[in-house]
Design a protein around this ligand. Sequence first.
Ligand code: 5GP
Length: 188
Amino acid sequence: MELLKQRILQDGKCFPGGILKVDSFINHQMDPMLLYKVAEEFVNRFKDTGVNKIVTIEASGIAPAIMVGYIMHLPVVFVKKKQPKTMENMLTTTVHSFTKDREYTVCISNNFLTPEDNILFIDDFLAFGNAALGVLDLVEQSGASVTGMGFIIEKAFQDGGKILRKKDIKVESLAIVDDLSDCKIVIR
Ligand code: 5GP
């Protein structure tokens, strides 16, 4: 997606350890006009997959996911990183956080992820695929199915994309970063 690539090159910043900071338009301050275009692009790529629910993980996936749900008229559920005492029929799994370098127990209610659901997972970044694999585990526990996974930015030099595509999942990334070494952003 050309507009997104230009924005990453213009406003993205590299940090050591292969981290791309996009906090002026996605991760802290958010650009709703760009995120709406991002959502339209996801809708174009996934509209014929039979999706009936959008799933994301807090926090940064929520903004693009809700725009996709709005355009497609579908409900959006986000996986929570804290377990509320009041959640009914909780499903849990463990996810390693790339940016915070720690394990999280994440959860979702089986009331909102059911065997009738064909989900599209939306997230901001695909790095090593830990968040996506955690969501796949929750989907499996719930009896739901996955129709696809969409990421705003995929870092191709980390292996999440390879792992997910090997599982025969339709994975779409709107900007693919091939390299961040020497603090230079190389976009495919
Ligand atoms: P993964 O689970 O694929 O290893 O990492 C994806 C998650 O980690 C995303 O939900 C995102 O929040 C965070 N993440 C991974 N790499 C980056 C990065 O380079 N920059 C930012 N801002 N977040 C990242």
